[in-house]
Design a protein. Sequence first.
Length: 329
Amino acid sequence: MEEINVKTAFITGVSGQDGAYLSKLLLMKGYRVIGITRSRHEENLENLKKLGIDNEVIIQECDLLDISSIISFINTYKPDEMYNLAAQSSVGLSFKQPIGTINFNIISVLNLLEAIRIIKPDVRLYQASSSEMYGKVSNLPVTINTPMHPLSPYAISKASAHWIVVNYRESYGLFACNGVLFNHESFLRSNGFFVKKVLQETVRNKDNSEWVLRVGSIDIKRDFGFSPNYVEAMWLMLQADNADDFIICSGKSITLRSIIEYVFEKLGVSKDKLVIDSDFMRPTDIEDIYGDNSPAKRILGWQYDLDFYQVLDILIEDELTLFTQNKSC
Ligand code: NAP
């Protein structure tokens, strides 16, 4: 009888935005998906539930700072691929919790690589790197060879993890890749991130005369994309003939102000509702950043051509649906 070869994938940070979309993608491709979380409580399964896949992912609790638990899970499930998405992922919070952010975001990656190197060096590893690593750039678009000048504890942690991955690939021949993703959004984005905050607050309060939207620097420009498309690039990176690092982005930047204005206009909210509040300013910030996605398109065959206003149309609809569902619960 012909043996069916089911691939097994580990996804750390499975409860996050990308973890949920990546789980869905891999399940559709026939993978057995082991979702790693720090804690298996109900709230952490919320995103998987929203995508209707909470019963299909095998959830395991694991502290990625404890290498012995990682080794034990690798021995149990013998994964073919590991997608490391777990991180303290907020730039703002990293200024308030620099030590925790740097400690977790670096040591967890080192533990995963060491565990793979020691017990299963044929595992293919994807590491969630970030465009924030490039920080203060003098030349745009950002390419994989742009010098890094990180401007936050989060960016520093991601830059260190990035180079650890490169080092393990070069030193030990591991199939380990960095996906350098620019900002990407969806209705699963955690509360507090800029686009989610604008959408959530505006949808909830558009008819409230007392409400104003408080934000920090909004004349900075960012390259934004759509999470369900970006997780496809993660999978493609681990199917390639050779391990390498790739920039994943839309290739265009827009100001945060134009995002707010677009959302306000679509939802019929006056511009007077916008308040600039110095409490939301960061100690340092990147003025403009966008990347070059042509190597990902050419080498991986990744396809992406959405502009961010198209993504915003989807997000506004999703946020309105979510709001209506929550009200009727
Ligand atoms: P997310 O929604 O914040 O999810 C990250 C997950 O990491 C959390 O759900 C959490 O899951 C886990 N985690 C483990 N240790 C943590 C800690 N110490 N503090 C906080 N969370 C911790 O992130 P995402 O948007 O899906 O992004 C996935 C990865 O891509 C992250 O590594 C992020 O830094 C990176 N990235 C994201 C973007 C973006 O625009 N979204 C851009 C570039 C890079 P449990 O609580 O279940 O363990």
